[in-house]
Every structure is written in C-alpha cells, then in structure tokens.
Design a protein around this ligand. Structure first.
Ligand code: GLN
Length: 188
C-alpha cells in the first residue's frame, strides 16, 4: 500500500520515517500527480491555517477533497485533525477544512505554545500510549458515527469515523509505531 504524507508544511519527515519503519512505502505529496499515486493519506501536524493556504496555492485542495469523498483513508495529526474536521472553532475566517470527519475541533484548545505537554493516554484497544501535544486542539463535538479512542480530561483527542482517523497529538514524534500501525491495519 502506497501511503502519502501531505508535504506542504509541518512534520512530514517524521511521518515518512514512521511509515518506513513499518515497512510501508511513504510518498511525499506536493502535487496532484503525486496524490493520484497513493492509496491513503497522512496529514501531518504543523499549522492548519498555513496548510489551508498552501493547499489552495498548490492546487491540491480540490483533488484531495474529491479523493476523500471517494473514500480514501486518511489519518490527520494535530493540524491534520483540524484539516479533516467538519467544524473548526477558533479558526481563521478564510481557513478551509475537508469536513470528512464529523467533529467540531477547537484550535489551540489547551492553550498557547507554553501549554504544550506530554501525557500518557489510555487508547482503546492499544493500552497506554505516550502522547506529545503541541498547541493542540481538542474535540468539542462528535457526530454519531465517530468513535472516540482516547481522551484527556474528558476531551476527545483521538477519533475515528470509518477510514478517517485523527489525533490531536503527534504519534510521529514519540517513536511509538502503534497508532500508524493501527491505521494501516484497519484501512489496508
Ligand atoms: N495550533 C496548530 C493549528 O492550528 C496545530 C498545532 C500542531 O499541529 N502541532 O493548526
């Protein structure tokens, strides 16, 4: 399975490395041509407002939206979660999202950069996972079809709706392969 990593901005190489460690074949996606060659897409952490702008200027927004509507599996982390969400709270007025995950997510919900933190999460089906939160969002509303796999202080931070997964934290930064492994196993 060829797994793309949206490579416009953010922690692209860490996701690509994690995928390589799992024996998947990562492809950095910067153009519609690269998108056409992949079976699943990872949307990394970074800055969702910047990524939204770069998605427009690179001509990738519409092709990705259409692949997602056709059922392409996706895994968004942090800014990537925001890009997949149906509703974005505290977003910039012109920021766009793909709306394929029926959640409302609040940007920078845990506070500013100084409020970044690490925490042990209890993840459904996986057990304890060490999670790195950097200016992280959390989820304020989940739709009926959305499963919540982990929470911090009762706020959902790991969700799944069918073949779309999203984490408010950065599994690619903790050296733990299990979440990427779970995603690949569930969608391949
Ligand atoms: N706060 C960032 C945003 O709104 C996300 C931070 C991250 O991806 N680490 O896009």
């Amino acid at each position: 399975m060829k797994v793309g990593v949206l490579a416009l901005q953010g922690d692209v190489s860490e996701h690509a490395q994690t995928l390589s460690d799992l024996g998947a074949d990562p492809v950095e996606v910067r153009t519609p041509d690269a998108l056409a060659a992949i079976d699943a897409l990872i949307l990394p952490g970074g800055e969702s407002t910047t990524m939204s702008m770069l998605l427009e200027s690179s001509g990738l927004f519409e092709p990705i939206a259409s692949r997602l509507d056709d059922g392409m599996p996706a895994f968004g982390t942090c800014a990537g979660m925001i890009l997949l969400a149906k509703d974005v709270l505290d977003g910039r007025a012109d920021q766009r999202s793909f709306g394929v995950l029926d959640i409302a997510v609040r940007r920078n919900a845990f506070g500013r950069q100084v409020d970044s933190f690490e925490s042990e999460l209890d993840v459904d089906g996986l057990g304890t996972v060490h999670a790195v939160f950097i200016r992280a969002p959390y989820v304020e509303r989940v739709g009926d079809g959305v499963e919540v796999l982990a929470r911090v202080d009762d706020h959902p931070v790991l969700c799944r709706e069918g073949r779309v997964f999203a984490a408010a934290f950065h599994p690619e930064l903790s050296g733990d392969l299990r979440l990427h492994e779970l995603f690949l196993r569930e969608v391949s």
